[in-house]
Design a protein around this ligand. Sequence first.
Ligand SMILES: [Zn+2]
Length: 113
Amino acid sequence: MSEFPPCPSCNEEITYPDRENYVCATCGHEWPMSAPEVSEESTEKVVRDAHGTPLSDGDTVVLIKDLKVKGSSTVIKMGTRVTNIRIVDGDHDLDCRVDGQKIMLKSEFMKKA
Ligand SMILES: [Zn+2]
């Protein structure tokens, strides 16, 4: 029975500790004693702009096309800067304020400023 774990590289059992690492006597492979932590899977949805840049709350975005506001005759022009966005769930995933009006927009028509 080996006191130390076998080498993950060559599977030989002749290994020894060296400071923070284990070392394989056979192939010289070194690996950390503590198994690398599996990063917790983020359940948070990443909202990305038209170029794939992740957006977060408080970001400023610029419209990349004219957008008609659903249920009104308002058109938000391409190039309009929208500050302090808020990421929300849903088809329209950005909660924005344009000219003092609360409007839901889609991140796919935005570009991070
Ligand atoms: Zn080895």
